[in-house]
Structure formats: structure tokens, C-alpha cells
Design a protein around this ligand. Sequence first.
Ligand SMILES: NC(=O)c1ccc[n+]([C@@H]2O[C@H](COP(=O)([O-])OP(=O)(O)OC[C@H]3O[C@@H](n4cnc5c(N)ncnc54)[C@H](O)[C@@H]3O)[C@@H](O)[C@H]2O)c1
Length: 267
Amino acid sequence: MSRFTGKVAIVTGGGGGIGSAVVRRLVSEGAKVAVADVFLNSAEAVCEPLGDATIPVQFDAAEPNSIEAMVEKTVEHFGRLDILHNNAAMTDPAKHPLDTDAVNIPVEIWDEIIDINLRGYLLGCKYAIPHMVKGGGGSIVNTASNSGTAGDLARIAYGASKGAIITMTKYIATQHGRQNIRCNSVAPGVVLTEALDATVPGLKEVIKRHILTPEFGDPDDIAALVAFLASDESRYITGENISISGGGLVHQPHYADLLDMMQQHLS
Ligand SMILES: NC(=O)c1ccc[n+]([C@@H]2O[C@H](COP(=O)([O-])OP(=O)(O)OC[C@H]3O[C@@H](n4cnc5c(N)ncnc54)[C@H](O)[C@@H]3O)[C@@H](O)[C@H]2O)c1
């Protein structure tokens, strides 16, 4: 039997790079999945080849009522809820560049990012957990980021939202564990989705110097980890944050420079 036979999941940001890979992975292992996104057409495009195993749901992570409606629509349609993958994040290309540093970030950009990325995840949990408890338990997997565990030159609001997701995950695991709710986060390093590759050319070469694996990870690598955490195979893991980044954060900061130096020395 497949790992998710009889299970129902919601994947937020399901129309995007990582979310759509998670949807396909869960469905391939027997789950029914609500593909939830602010852009209905992206959700529909993901659902189309997957047929009755999925439904597209339009929602806006900035709007509390629409998060509640997303959960209710899923339960109404599929009859239960076992898995929530909170994965949507503010990705508006017109606003992203305004997420800079403490001095320069406009207050409204800070608020919008925190509302979508952090409050949106909290509210997903708020409305999903009672349905999961009713069904005997469930697994929540939040997409954080390595940006939530270390500083960077830009994106202070994004990083703060992701760091808070890692902490919130531990609170949810602690407060609802005895109700058979597990909650974990995954923290990708740079994953070359089509969108990212197109918007930040050159990023690949910069990041490649700092990862330990020969190849970059792709959305299917993240999906494999999310599926493991969503499944009963990880039943003894809760409250954890798992970095998935080719070892990008496990080495000394001078790793890439030292490697260059050693190679120059040998040539
Ligand atoms: N790609 C990476 O390198 C990377 C690295 C670390 C973490 N992440 C995280 O992974 C998750 C998925 O990112 P991705 O790379 O697949 O990006 P993506 O842009 O491909 O997908 C994000 C999805 O979220 C949706 N979305 C945006 N605002 C929304 C809102 N207000 N309400 C509902 N949906 C909304 C978008 O429409 C999109 O489909 C995000 O949480 C992101 O922060 C990505």
C-alpha cells in the first residue's frame, strides 16, 4: 500500500516550483490534495494532469478568512484532513526588492511579508488542526529557509519570517503533540526553480561554490523530504527543522575561498 492512501493534504503555494513538486509526490503515493494558491490558474495547471486526486483552491495567505475557507473547502470536498504543507511565501517581483535592511525597508513591506509568510502559516495551523484532531491526528510541514537561520545582505523581513516559522513549528509540536499532531519545518537552501533561475541570473554560480554536493538540489528533492515528514515513517520526529541545502550551512565560512586557494596551489 502507498504511504498516503486514504490521506488528504493541503499544499499552499501549490502552484509554484516547490509546492507543485510536493503535490505530484503526494499524489503519486496515493494522497488526495488541495492545491492552494493565490493564482487559481497556476493551481489549475498543476491539477489538470492529476485528475480527481486534486482540487485547485484559490486563497490569499494575507487574508485570514480566505485561509479558513481554504481549509473548509478541502474538508468539504475530500471529507477529512491529514496533512498541511504550509509553503506559500510572498513572491511578488515588484515588492521583493524592497525587502532590504533595517534602515531602508518600508514598514508596509515588512508587514506584508510577515503577514503572508508567518501569520499565514499560523492561520493554516489554526484552522487545520481541529480537523486533523477529529480524524485522529496529522502532520504539518512548514517551509522555512536557511535564510531563517543566518544573516544575509538583503531580505531582512523574509529571513525574520522564516526564523520565526522554525520557532513556531516547535511551539505547535509542543502544544499539540499529545493530540497526535506532528509539526516540522524544512529549510531549503537555494533551489533552482524556474522562477528563481530567471529572476536572479548568476546566482547558481555564486551558490555552487558553497555547497558540498556535486549538483544543485531541485524541487523534487524538497518534495521527497516533505513527503517523508508528512508520512508515518517519521512518526517519532516532531518540532525539528531540517536543512536541505547540499551541506551549505555545515562547513566553515571560508570553505569556498580555501578550496580555491588549494586548487591554485596544486596547479
Ligand atoms: N526556491 C528557493 O530557493 C527557496 C529556498 C528556501 C525557501 N524557499 C521557500 O519555498 C517555498 C516555495 O517557494 P518556491 O521557490 O517554490 O517559489 P514559487 O514562487 O515558485 O512558489 C510560491 C508560490 O506561492 C504563491 N503565493 C505567493 N503569495 C501568495 C499568497 N499571498 N497567498 C497564496 N499563495 C501565494 C505563488 O503564487 C507561488 O505559486 C517558499 O516558502 C519559499 O520561501 C524557496
